[in-house]
Ligand binder design. Structure first.
Ligand code: SAH
Length: 213
């Protein structure tokens, strides 16, 4: 579990690329500059960890591309102590970015293998989400709701109503919406029943799957 000057140099280059691609939230960029992404990947990918690319992780899933992580994190408009629900913990890298930005993160993962790996890795790196959960993210986490914002990190064929209902008024739900390709979609909750929809172009994610348990 080594993090060297070379890794830091590569991270700084990655941050510059993300700036060039239009990421402006300094807190997001500072988190990406700090987090050792190579430690979230299989060691055979170590040399590529700071390329702006997605890579395979356990259970046939992927760690999202840094640009995608940055883009979604920026849309969340994170403020310190925000209570954030994440659906799709995966490698835990997105979780780590939000924790490093000072958010209280609650995250759900439906692959037990990933849930176990990530539950061990994050504390080892000194990253402490409020709660990691193994289960079906379509249901959200009703026992911990409401949330200041919700981020879904898998491609959602529908927008789960449970997630909409667990959002505070004024809160944001950031969700890649669509079957094969996804449109990055942000719903802002205006009141009990009204949500304002914003769309931000096309992305590609592994699918948000229904409960298999
Ligand atoms: N944020 C993660 C992205 C991982 S890919 C990272 O950067 O590493 C998306 C993740 O969503 C996968 O780990 C997948 O298992 C998980 N997922 C898919 N459907 C889900 C569901 N219904 N509930 C919770 N997690 C789900």
């Amino acid at each position: 579990m080594k993090d060297t000057n070379k890794h830091q140099g590569l991270r700084n280059q990655l941050v510059n690329q993300l700036r060039d691609k239009g990421i402006t939230d300094e807190a997001v960029l500072a988190a990406i500059a700090k987090i050792p992404r190579h430690l979230f990947l299989d060691s055979s990918f170590e040399d590529f960890a700071y390329q702006d690319k997605a890579f395979p992780i356990a259970a046939g899933q992927t760690i999202s591309q840094p640009y995608t992580v940055a883009f979604q994190s920026q849309l969340l408009n994170v403020k310190k102590d925000d209570k954030i629900l994440e659906i799709g913990t995966g490698s835990g890298y997105q979780t780590a970015v939000l924790c490093t930005m000072g958010a209280k993160v609650y995250s759900v993962e439906r692959q037990n293998e990933l849930f176990k790996i990530t539950s061990v890795l994050l504390p080892k790196l000194g990253i402490r989400p409020k709660h990691l959960s193994f289960g079906d993210g379509y249901k959200g986490l009703p026992n911990y709701a409401p949330f200041d914002s919700i981020i879904v990190t898998a491609g959602a064929p529908v927008i789960p109503p449970a997630l909409m209902s667990q959002l505070k008024i004024g809160g944001r739900l950031v969700i890649p919406f669509g079957d094969k390709n996804q449109i990055m979609t942000m719903l802002v909750r205006k009141d009990e029943t009204k949500f304002e929809k914003h769309e931000f172009g096309e992305f590609r994610f592994v699918p948000l799957l229904e409960n298999k348990n």
